[in-house]
Design a protein around this ligand. Structure first.
Ligand code: SOE
Length: 379
């Protein structure tokens, strides 16, 4: 019989919606021992959280996350708040013995992340961080191809995450929707928000990085702060470029900006190996580009693999071959894997500990941009 897993969701923004959708959909498509129940939604603004709860079908609301964490009928806490609340909520939830799912990045920096890892490990509670792009079928396929040795020795890992939504100097910082521009709430700018995705995927596909050198820029130095009503210094990085060495000997380059006019969410990676190369682009997320040097020379070239057949990762659970899925499905896949892990008493990656490794890369990047010197990445 299916076991109910009562979810307490904290936050109702973009990610609150993405996760709620995943919980609602997962049992329609995956055969699982657990079924998430949208038990309670929590946010400070009562009217907003009630509207959110009504739309998604949450059974109740709370306006204080501590009251939610204290509730006996909640099994799992999902943290979808701005980054500055991740640590306190996670610590309280671990103390209360709750399962914890936390939106990325794990924390504002490695120090906060370490405390969170200690807390979940001490409490022995299942935990996971929502680095969703690992579960796009074409990205999971990339992992399979690498693990099968099809690329051979890896030489290069190249990745960018480009957006353009903060170019206007009139855009304020802080508060609902714009906390990503407020260093106090976010911790950092594109490094923690966007490069963190690139680093998580890279660590998963290509293994640990050893050291980094980086530069950052803040193009708009002051913005009106929504919470104070005053012009305040902008503390986040608007753009960041990184060079790194991976432990497997390959070289990595990463770039992220919110000032790439014309790009809305252009996340790409390309990996060049001795035998083959692969490339992926979020704007065409169901395709994996693949070049195999072993192909007969007269047909050798870049293949565009449409990752929709039933033998592609996760795709057997969806429609008929050729019909593609999208962004929101990566979250559904992540919940499916997590619930399956719970049923089998197995850890589902990325755990808090895995996400701490990404946090350490971000810390080293920001430290390098500051010191203008190479930085060793903490392990
Ligand atoms: C920022 O605009 C953002 O929403 C990130 O916070 C998400 O993690 C990323 O997937 C898309 O862009």
């Amino acid at each position: 019989m299916t076991k109910k897993l009562n979810i307490g969701m904290i936050g109702y923004g973009f990610m609150g919606r993405a996760h709620s959708n995943a919980y609602s959909q997962v049992n329609h498509f995956f055969d699982l021992d657990y079924q998430p129940v949208l038990k309670a939604a929590c946010a400070r603004n009562e009217a907003e959280v009630k509207a959110f709860a009504g739309k998604w079908g949450y059974e109740s609301v709370e306006t204080d996350w501590r009251a939610l964490v204290a509730r006996k009928d909640i099994d799992a806490i999902d943290i979808c708040t701005p980054n500055d609340l991740h640590k306190d909520i996670a610590l309280a939830a671990a103390e209360a013995g709750k399962i914890i799912l936390c939106e990325k990045p794990l924390a504002r920096d490695g120090n906060e992340g370490e405390v969170m890892v200690q807390a979940v490990e001490k409490a022995g509670v299942p935990n996971m961080v929502w680095y969703n792009y690992r579960r796009v079928p074409a990205v999971t396929l990339a992992k399979q191809l690498i693990d099968e040795g099809r690329l051979g020795r890896i030489f290069h890992y190249r990745s960018v995450f480009l957006q353009d939504w903060t170019i206007s100097a009139d855009l304020p910082q802080g508060g609902h929707n714009l906390w990503r521009l407020d260093a106090g709430a976010a911790g950092s700018g594109v490094t923690g928000d966007l490069l963190a995705h690139c680093f998580d995927t890279a660590l998963w596909l290509n293994g640990p990085m050893e050291d980094v050198t980086a530069m950052t820029e803040t193009f708009i130095k002051e913005r009106m702060h929504n919470l104070t009503g005053k012009m305040e210094k902008v503390g986040i990085d608007d753009a960041c470029a990184v060079m790194t060495r991976f432990a497997n000997g390959s070289l990595g380059t990463f770039e992220s900006t919110r000032y790439a006019r014309g790009h809305k969410s252009k996340y790409t990676f390309e990996i060049n190996g001795e035998k083959a190369s692969i490339a992926w682009d979020l704007h065409d997320l169901h395709r994996l580009s693949y070049f195999d040097h072993g192909d007969d020379s007269v047909v050798r070239g870049w293949h565009s693999v449409h990752a929709t057949d039933h033998d592609m990762p996760y795709m057997g659970k969806w429609w008929v071959p050729g019909l593609q899925i999208g962004y929101e499905h990566s979250f559904i896949h992540q919940v499916a894997d997590f619930l399956d892990g719970l049923a089998q008493d197995k850890v589902t990656s990325p755990t808090f500990k895995d996400a701490l490794a990404t946090q350490y890369v971000c810390d080293a990047v920001l430290a390098s941009a500051q010191s203008q010197a190479w930085q060793t990445i903490k392990t």
